[in-house]
Design a protein around this ligand. Sequence first.
Ligand code: PDD
Length: 280
Amino acid sequence: MRNKKLVHFFNGKKLPLEKIKINPYDLGLLRGYGVFDVMCTQNGKPFLFEEHWRRFQNSAKELGIALPMPKNKYQKILLDLLKNSRFEKFGIRTVLTGGTSSNGFDYQPGRETFFILIEKFKALPEKIYTDGARAITLDHNRDFARAKTTNYAAAINAQKKKEEAGALEIIYVKNGKALEASTSNFFIVKNGKLITAKDGILLGITRNLVVKLAKKNNFQVIEREIGEKEIYSADEIFLTATNKDVVPVVMVDGKKIGDGKVGEITREIMKIFSVFAEKY
Ligand code: PDD
């Protein structure tokens, strides 16, 4: 076996999973008061580390939870954890909650719970990229949309509906606007232009990179409100997320997007993205 046992980081210590104990009075657990971030490695390095750290910092700030350590210390710990195991590619979850509360409600600074979990990266099936995925819509918007909070209750609640539709993702719509997906952002392509939401969403690291790379490659990118109905009349749709990169969407709520096949522009964006990632 090439892989040694995975070691994680929990409140100041390196521990195997079975040694990690969470206090039931943790505000993350009792009240959903927590934030996290998901990163993966690329060529052995944490992909877009600076961007993920900045967002993690911002998520914590939005909720008012104090960060337990500066960037350099976090980076050092993370690299050390990765060194312990030899996967081709890792998934990394960094979690921060309000921590243990003596009355089960009040946040008491200095008692935060902070952990880093590392795991083997699980890629989506290749077929999703070649044939395209399905999505469904759901009337929902996330609280503290700019923060990556630990509350995914609406998404988990809708998993059965999603599976019954053979869908990969759930696109949130609210008051006639299409926002983001349950664990991704999305872009629509209309008349050769890329359009993606900018308000009421998590500013995905993958989304931001796709905006940048597309502009650099002379695509017109518009960040604006997207009407719910624009989904169905889009020429193409694709999702972006850390654990998915760029995923074509060919059907939403049982309706074909464009001709129901992976779009040309989506293919180009997928290519541009993978060239960037391979060189990282
Ligand atoms: N999800 N919007 C939401 C609500 C998300 O949870 C995610 C990521 C994104 C895309 O962001 P990024 O490109 O930075 O991954 C948008 C991760 C992958 C997850 O929850 O597992």
